[in-house]
Design a binder for this molecule. Structure first.
Ligand SMILES: Nc1ncnc2c1ncn2[C@@H]1O[C@H](COP(=O)(O)OP(=O)(O)OP(=O)(O)O)[C@@H](O)[C@H]1O
Ligand SMILES: [Mg+2]
Length: 420
């Protein structure tokens, strides 16, 4: 931590200390403690090694969210037990998302059986107030509180954006954990407003933040609920809790897989290069690998089939995008000779589209190639296919939806306030 000069202690909570950084007023350092607490701090124990496990967990979760495109306050790891974050004024609300009903939800909603499934996930908010056991608050209560943080007034639009972001965070992490056969049952996150006025997912996300049931089996739970459920706490109990937390931190290493999804863009002629590069740009923006190839199904059919054999034999997961002007023989020939998905994206112009498009659309029976007109659509269609097996690609598509929502909301706010 020698590279960071710590300034004054901003705040000390039950599980961490937050320090200013002398060299950057926009950042802070979150130093985790070897302490585990429950019941608003009533139950509390020293747990040697917890700070390191908690930091490792939080850092990996924030890195995953970052790769998915969600804006968080996380900046970088500082030591085994601390990380650097954007310095925020924190919104004193816990944003909770539930896929299955359990725990306090059952007490507050008598009659709902444990395991009741919420589609879409259930969202709840709680005001952070230990003395009053964090009472549940409605959206109306949050807006009416009139929170102002780093100059940002928390109104309906801001709460809408936070609610949508909370849902995306949950779904991204739920998918990621599903890839390890773990069910994310529910979780809570917190938001802060940084010094530039941006609303960010902040605080930490660790084994205290969620319920995690391997194979969806409550008896196998790996989260802090194990500690909450203990009446008398022995050293052996604490060892079990720590082993569970370590297991979670270790599993997270598998949740950011090396990129495997490959999109191959085949063009019938090098004159299609510009159009293909536009598709390639969208594909790489979505975090997929891309390769460009040139092959004419009309003039060099055998070579086209050789290229196809190359990818079929590679053992990789491949989606093909066929780009051919005038008569598109390429896409249908590929599609007729492989079970791999083929997406046609002909480089049409307004003056030739009515003529050329039919070669992509009116294909012989037995062919399943699809056709889109725009480079972005081709990339998105390929990503949607890969998203079925790659949770990170799925997450990027999911966060793209969120980003679109936020951009439209912000445009609406700007235009609504325009004086004409
Ligand atoms: N990026 C950040 N910038 C500023 N403060 C932060 C940031 N991230 C977290 N904090 C704040 O650090 C404080 C200490 O965290 P800690 O979790 O230990 O508190 P706590 O005792 O659990 O209290 P709380 O119930 O508010 O979480 C919290 O008030 C939290 O909101
Ligand atoms: Mg806290």
């Amino acid at each position: 931590m020698a590279e960071y000069k710590l300034g004054k202690l901003l705040i000390e909570g039950k599980t961490k200390k937050v320090y200013e950084l002398v060299d950057d007023p926009n950042l802070c350092l979150l130093q985790s403690k070897d302490r585990i607490t429950a019941g608003d701090g009533v139950k509390s124990h020293e747990l040697e090694g917890k700070a390191a496990i908690s930091t490792a967990t939080t850092v990996k979760v924030f890195q995953l969210l970052d790769q998915a495109g969600i804006k968080t306050a996380f900046v970088k790891i500082a030591s085994e037990t601390a990380f650097i974050s954007k310095k925020c004024e924190m919104i004193p609300i816990e944003w909770v998302t539930r896929r299955l009903a359990t725990g306090s939800f059952l007490r507050r909603n008598p009659g709902v059986p444990e395991g009741f499934r919420f589609n879409p996930p259930c969202q709840e908010t709680f005001f952070k107030d230990d003395a009053n056991h964090d009472p549940q608050w409605s959206t109306a209560q949050i807006i009416s509180a009139g929170f102002v943080l780093n100059g940002v007034v928390l109104g309906k639009d801001e709460v809408d954006i936070i609610n949508r972001t909370t849902l995306a965070v949950f779904e991204v992490l739920e998918r990621a954990w599903a890839s390890r056969d773990c069910a994310l049952i529910d979780m809570k996150i917190e938001f802060g407003v940084d010094t530039s006025g941006e609303i960010l997912v902040a605080d930490i996300i660790d084994s205290d933040s969620w319920r995690l049931w391997p194979s969806g089996d409550k008896r196998l739970m790996k989260d802090k609920q194990v500690y909450r459920n203990l009446s008398a706490v022995t050293q052996a109990d604490l060892d079990t809790v720590k082993r569970n937390f370590k297991w979670v931190a270790d599993q997270l290493d598998y949740l950011v897989p090396p990129p495997s999804a490959l999109v191959v863009i085949l063009m019938g002629s090098p004159s299609d290069e510009e159009h293909c590069k536009k598709i390639a740009k969208h594909v790489t923006d979505l975090g997929l690998r891309v390769q460009l190839r040139v092959s004419s199904a009309h003039k060099a059919t055998e070579e086209t089939l050789h290229i196809l054999a190359e990818y079929e034999g590679s053992g990789e997961k491949v989606v093909l995008i066929a780009v051919a002007g005038r008569s598109n023989g390429l896409g249908p020939v590929l599609s007729g000779n492989t079970p791999l998905p083929v997406i046609n994206c002909p480089p049409t112009r307004p003056d030739n589209v009515a003529l050329d498009i039919w070669s992509s659309l009116n294909v012989p029976s037995g062919l399943g190639c699809t056709t889109v007109l725009y480079p972005e659509s081709a990339a998105l269609a390929a990503a949607q296919i890969h998203a079925l097996h790659d949770h990170l690609v799925w997450s990027r598509l999911r966060v793209k939806q969120l980003t679109n929502f936020i951009a439209l909301k912000n445009a609406d706010i700007t235009l609504r306030n325009l004086t004409l």
